[in-house]
Design a protein around this ligand. Structure first.
Ligand code: DC
Length: 246
């Protein structure tokens, strides 16, 4: 039986067979367009989109609202283990609940931006989230994006992507997004902030951003989003074919 999803795929330039459900892992620095690209790839493959940054953000919000200091790894780890986190991909809108309360709309508040950088450094917190993320991907059919997906969460994913781009171009994109939302900020400030985030992502002791040797480097500089998506779908298709001919 052909479902609506299949019909959608048949119209696309790349027809990816869906009997085998791959794990697609995407890592990369902030502002490389990971979320939009991962969402679109998931939609075209009929897979689930998993935004691991949103899960770190939800924990940061919870810690702040419960008054747990962001420099206390032990208490943060205990909190992470004790809560129930529920996530759902609703056609690319990644929704997150903690203990039944929906946090989706607050995940990108400026306060959460600051808090999550501190929370994500701690090993006990990362261990809990890594375990949840692995369990979400166990049956395949997922596109999971973050910083440590190819290296720690899903090192055996069939398709691994390191999505990056020139820092000035990433800053320009982020600045345009903020402008569109009516946020008044100078381009130079956005650039400085991105340079600092890159440094934090690379220097963190646990779960730092690394490009594993078998990840495909996809450089978004000078490319449209459609071109980047097509490049990743092609890699998925090639992987499917390689797995079939074994
Ligand atoms: O991708 P994002 O901006 O929503 O990520 C939010 C924060 O969480 C950011 O500081 C990086 C961190 N993060 C992480 O450490 N590991 C992940 N797998 C995803 C995000």
């Amino acid at each position: 039986m052909i479902s609506e999803g299949d019909l959608y795929l048949l119209k696309e330039p790349y027809i990816v067979m869906r009997e085998r459900r791959l794990q697609v892992a995407i890592d990369g620095p902030a502002g490389a367009g990971k979320s939009s690209v991962a969402k679109t790839v998931a939609k075209k493959l009929g897979y689930t989109y998993l935004d691991t940054g949103a899960m770190y953000r939800a924990l940061a919000l919870t810690a702040v609202s419960r008054g747990i200091p962001l420099d206390d790894p032990r208490r943060l780890g205990e909190m992470a283990r004790s809560i129930l986190m529920t996530v759902r991909d609703e056609k690319g809108l990644f929704r997150v609940w903690v203990d039944g309360e929906e946090l989706t709309d607050r995940l990108r508040d400026p306060g959460t931006d600051k808090a999550v950088k501190l929370l994500a450094m701690h090993r006990p917190v990362r261990e809990v989230l890594v375990e949840i993320q692995r369990s979400l991907a166990i049956e395949g059919g997922v596109v999971m994006e973050g910083r440590d997906i190819t290296s720690v969460v899903l090192p055996d994913a069939e398709v691994k992507i390191f999505l990056t781009g020139d820092v000035r171009e990433r800053a320009r994109r982020r600045w345009q997004e903020l402008q569109a939302k009516g946020v008044k900020i100078r381009w130079e400030e956005v650039l400085d902030e991105l340079i600092q985030r890159d440094r934090k992502d690379l220097e963190r002791e646990w779960g730092k951003l690394v490009r594993v040797p078998d990840a495909h480097l996809v450089d978004t500089t000078g490319k449209t989003q459609d071109e980047v998506v097509a490049e990743i779908l092609k890699l998925c298709e090639e992987k499917e074919i390689a797995l079939r001919s074994r």
